[in-house]
Design a protein around this ligand. Structure first.
Ligand SMILES: O=c1ccn([C@@H]2O[C@H](COP(=O)(O)O)[C@@H](O)[C@H]2O)c(=O)[nH]1
Length: 236
């Protein structure tokens, strides 16, 4: 089935272990309301088949496996994602310029059918203290800005960052450089393990292109209602 292009910038993070729970949620969703993100848990449990089944329902898929390996291995993994026909795939920017350039090159053969390739800067669960503990000097914002500049130099389509960094990245990047922001928390919702957060409206106002939202929707008593409230808050 050809994916229906959604109007909403929301990408729902499908972090599920139980297939029946996943299906119960997806049965309620429509491709015009959101895109879907398949991450490490779901892909490790169910593999490419789960991606294909979601595509058959008309959804565009962000395959969030955050590849981080030597250039040859990462390039091959990104090409495998392209073979799956996903809409977006990602690597870790901290894998470095050679790795990111190899991944970008591996997609050239797919032409206009290549997935968007983006790079994770600093996980939204981390603060500057966490960076210091792994030997990164400076605050999260400066590290995100540095890795985003490297990502752009390698020709990738954008980055994963927190909404809190989007103003500085908008100022340093071209207009078409995508800023994909997890760590989205509607006012009053549980932060969980997220540290650098923003509400959906704050994130869009500050310059996000896409909002990755998991638990505030998927663990809500009424996920469809939660998604509709978010979309309405954004004018969709
Ligand atoms: O920096 C990052 C990169 C990826 N994620 C992923 O986004 C979702 C967020 O889910 P919530 O339930 O809304 O917290 C999750 O799948 C993460 O793996 C991120 O949070 N931060």
């Amino acid at each position: 089935m050809t994916p229906t292009t959604p109007l909403s910038p929301v990408i729902i993070a499908l972090d599920f272990a139980v297939r029946a729970e996943l299906d119960a949620l997806v049965d309620q969703l429509d491709p015009s309301q959101c895109r879907l993100k398949v991450g490490k848990e779901l892909f490790t449990l169910y593999g490419p088949e789960v991606v294909k089944s979601l595509q058959q329902r008309g959804f565009e898929i962000f395959l969030d496996l955050k590849f981080h390996d030597i250039p040859n291995t990462t390039a091959a993994a990104v090409a495998a994602a392209a073979e799956l026909g996903v809409w977006m795939v990602n690597v870790h920017a901290s894998g470095g310029a050679k790795m990111m350039s190899a991944a970008k090159s591996a997609l050239l053969v797919y032409g206009k059918d290549a997935p968007l390739l983006i790079a994770v800067t600093v996980l939204t669960s981390m603060h500057s203290d966490d960076l210091a503990a792994i030997g990164v000097a400076g605050n999260a914002q400066s590290q995100v800005a540095r890795l985003a500049a490297l990502t752009a130099d390698c020709g990738l389509d954008g980055v994963v960052c927190s909404a809190q960094e989007t103003p500085i990245l908008r100022a340093q990047s071209s207009d078409d450089f995508l800023l994909v922001t997890p760590g989205i928390r509607p006012a009053g919702s549980d932060l969980g393990d997220q540290q650098r957060v923003a509400t959906p409206l704050e994130a869009m106002t500050m310059g996000s292109n896409y909002l990755v939202i998991g638990r505030p929707v998927t663990r809500s008593a009424d996920p469809l209602a939660a998604l509709k409230i978010i979309n309405q808050s954004l004018g969709y």
